[in-house]
Design a protein around this ligand. Structure first.
Ligand code: A3P
Length: 318
């Protein structure tokens, strides 16, 4: 995999020894920075984008925890924002994975300790991040940029993450122990965890500033996709016109970005990210409630207790 702590910049190397450290899920170490867990390499991306990313007021951000449905939301947001430029026949999603079209600040653009050239991005620029609210680069907050946050039932996120991480490991190592990863996840130790704190940070911001932070749920998108898509388009500043509605634009976008359609495209069946992650790893089942097939009754009880403790009084339910 692509972690090599020796290759990190000096700032990151100096910071690492002062941070709490844990064994990560894949064969990496995780470091806790500003309350959340990162691999060393992604921490370099976090530090670099915090220092150098300069937002524009009309930038749009897709924010999630890993495995919350980021790939889907990226596809939908990209298609909504650029719908006047492309048709279903020449659409970039047919030949590019959604992660290439909407890059992560800390994982892609700033990961190499370089200031990327962003001049090729057309306005409004669409970026993504797994950063918690308080760690977002300052200019994003100062300029009141719009943030779309997608949240998923932590139980499904956990199972999805377990499957995903298994795919990143060498096949000869076999699967990660579900028990051990469960124990870590419950303590908040997973990439970009604690997941509950991540979710609550954006949930509270969305309550305070609904015009600036749109809080979406994976489960609601699965249940009422067209309602959520209209909400998303309106928030992104490009609501569907009457004419577009009549032409069936909403259904067309949902079809283009659907799990079955994206999963079966050549680019997603055979392609890989720059870091060697096979695109197929981003498309597993795409369903709600798969956790019931994996968690023991004991784990379910523990999860319920944690979620009750963490989300109690927030108004957030799953
Ligand atoms: P499962 O592992 O439960 O199937 P992320 O994109 O944040 O990495 O999240 C991946 C999860 O989103 C996976 O969940 C994946 O199958 C699901 N997913 C990917 N594309 C999707 C789509 N177009 N529609 C619905 N779910 C999708």
């Amino acid at each position: 995999y692509w972690e090599d702590e020796e290759a990190l910049n000096q700032e990151c190397k100096t910071l690492l020894p002062s941070l709490p450290k844990e064994n990560g899920w894949a064969d990496t170490q995780l470091y806790q920075y500003q309350g959340f867990w990162y691999t060393a390499r992604s921490l370099q991306g976090v530090l670099t984008c915090q220092k150098h990313f300069q937002a524009n007021p009309d930038d749009l951000f897709i924010i999630t925890t890993p495995k919350a449905g980021t790939t889907w939301l990226k596809a939908l947001a990209f298609t909504i924002v650029n719908r006047n430029q492309y048709s279903s026949f020449n659409h970039p999603l047919l030949t590019s994975n959604p992660h290439e079209l909407v890059p992560y600040l800390e994982f892609n653009l700033f990961i190499n300790n370089q200031i990327p050239d962003l001049t090729s991005f057309s306005s409004p620029r669409l970026f993504s991040s797994h950063l918690c609210y308080k760690s977002l680069p300052n200019s994003i907050k100062q300029l009141d940029c719009k943030l779309v946050y997608l949240c998923r039932d932590p139980r499904d996120t956990f199972i999805s993450l377990w499957h995903f991480t298994n795919k990143l490991r060498a096949k000869t190592l076999g699967n990660l122990s579900l028990d051990e990863e469960f124990e870590k996840f419950c303590r908040g130790v997973c990439v970009n965890g604690p997941i509950w704190d991540h979710i609550l940070g954006y949930w509270n911001e969305s309550l305070e500033s609904p015009d600036r932070v749109l809080f979406l749920k994976y489960e609601e998108m699965k249940m009422q996709p067209s309602v959520q898509l209209r909400k998303l388009a309106k928030f992104l500043g490009c609501p569907f016109s009457e004419e577009e509605e009549k032409e069936g634009m909403v259904e067309e976008i949902l079809k283009l970005c659907s799990f079955d359609h994206l999963k079966n495209l050549n680019v997603n069946k055979n392609g890989k990210t720059k870091f060697g992650v096979e695109h197929t790893a981003y498309f597993r089942r795409g369903e709600v409630g798969d956790w019931v097939n994996h968690l023991t009754p004991e784990m379910m009880k523990q999860f319920e207790q944690i979620m009750e403790d963490k989300f109690h009084g927030s108004g957030l339910t799953f």
